[in-house]
Design a protein around this ligand. Structure first.
Ligand code: URA
Length: 428
């Protein structure tokens, strides 16, 4: 590691809106990973970055230093193109499940390293772990074998990828420094670039249920990540997509798997199908395939075939029933009219409080818990009609879930139209 710097000087530089040199950044990331920079110093630096930002070259170097802190995977031995998708996180976002299988139909390998959920947005691994027998942890060799045989794998990211980010993200989580575009962009992209994919499609969510509540910040995050990807030689594009209302009709774990299987069987909610197909088209185009018809592969069973092989390869029992919550309670429409709002954050918090998510890393999630919706914005509803079913194994959780949903539903007079546009923009 070049140079030997003083952490306090580095903090002062960012505090005073200065620019860090490449050597200072390399030293900072390496010294923090090795325990030479203390947590309190890194917290101060993170806060200075959150308040004063970083230049594009600084973000790029910060990302490269985090990649260099660990291993970098290499799929070139597969002999086929690789493509991956990353979502910045939303409510009811189960798209990775049908998407990985769908893209693999066209001969593009999908190494989808995923995480567990924390807070109101669910984690892909939590959802898949509701399938009896399914295993999230694979060795690099098992992952390569599955990519070669099946073409798609969704598994836990090993601890060897960008270890600096792991330590830094945990610190940001407890110091109010998550919400910084340079830090979010470098955190996500360091992991995705280290993962070794050739192409990457980013689904950057905008709205109440997303990290980025407004379009302007989501756009800035998307542009920053696309630039980082391209700098690293990864074909990267981003879609800005709506997260004012949940995706599909389910937010939870097993209920989201069931909905994904409906999509793979050629059915499922329109918005989930639309986004799955669009992201598949983008991933395939990034990987050089422009004439594929992913919608047809959902209809004719080809994506379902890959899904079954992908789940069985990781021990999942396709014949076993998915877990069902022991208890349920209904929420009814308070009036006649058009459902114009069903707030994503409220539904996400309710699902989380019902047991579908965790408050601390060590919490165990309930496979059957969550919220099943019976209407989407745009639907006509009648007073007293069921709008949502709350699901949990622990009925004492219902009260807090009802609290979360107190202002979630907006019903307007007939003729009103919800302002809904699923795909807001594309950034490349
Ligand atoms: N997800 C990440 O991986 N990192 C962040 O900083 C925020 C979301």
């Amino acid at each position: 590691m070049s140079g030997n710097f003083d952490a306090v000087d580095i903090i002062r530089t960012k505090r005073d809106k200065g620019t860090l040199s490449d050597e200072q950044i390399d030293w900072t990331i390496d010294a923090y990973t090795r325990g030479i920079i203390a947590d309190e110093q890194m917290s101060a630096l993170n806060m200075a970055i959150l308040l004063n930002g970083m230049s594009r070259p600084e973000i790029s170097r910060w990302t490269a230093a985090m990649i260099a802190s660990g291993e970098r995977m290499d799929f070139s031995a597969l002999g086929k193109a690789t493509a991956d998708k990353h979502s910045t996180g939303g409510v009811g976002d189960k798209i990775t499940l049908p998407l990985a299988a769908l893209v693999a139909v066209f001969g593009v390998a999908v190494p989808q390293l995923s995480g567990r959920g924390l807070g109101h947005t669910g984690g892909t691994l939590d959802k898949l772990e509701s399938i009896p027998g399914w295993q999230a942890s694979l060795s690099n060799e098992q992952m390569m074998n599955q990519l070669s045989d099946v073409g798609a794998v969704i598994c836990a990211a090993g601890s060897g990828l960008a270890p600096a980010d792991k330590k830094l993200y945990a610190l940001r989580d407890v110091t109010g420094t998550v919400e910084s575009i340079p830090l979010i962009a470098s955190s996500i992209m360091s992991k995705k670039i280290a993962e070794g994919t050739g192409s990457l499609v980013l689904d950057v969510k905008v709205g109440s249920g997303a990290f980025m509540k407004d379009e302007e910040s989501a756009r800035e995050l998307a542009e920053t990540m696309v630039a980082l990807g391209k700098d690293a030689g990864v074909n990267t594009v981003a879609l800005l997509t709506n997260m004012e209302t949940p995706l599909g009709l389910t937010a939870g774990n097993a209920i989201e798997v069931a909905e994904s299987v409906e999509v793979l069987a050629g059915g499922g909610p329109e918005d989930v199908v639309e986004l799955t197909v669009r992201l598949a088209e983008e991933m395939l185009a990034c990987a050089g395939i422009h004439d594929a018809d992913p919608a047809a592969a959902l209809q004719d069973g080809r994506a379902m075939d890959v899904w079954k092989r992908m789940i069985s390869a990781q021990g999942g029992d396709l014949d076993a029933a998915l877990p069902v919550a022991k208890e349920s309670e209904m929420i009814y429409a308070p009036a006649d009219g058009v459902l114009v709002g069903l707030d994503a954050l409220s539904v996400g918090v309710a699902a989380w409080r019902l047991g579908a998510g965790r408050a601390r890393k060590e919490d165990v999630v309930q496979a059957g818990a969550g919220v099943r919706m019976h209407a989407k914005p745009g639907a006509m509803v009648r007073a007293g009609e069921p709008l949502m079913t709350l699901l949990t194994d622990t009925p004492e959780k219902f009260a807090r879930a009802h609290d979360a949903l107190a202002d979630a539903v907006v019903i307007a007079s007939e003729g009103a139209r919800p302002a809904q546009q699923l795909i807001i923009d594309r950034i490349s």
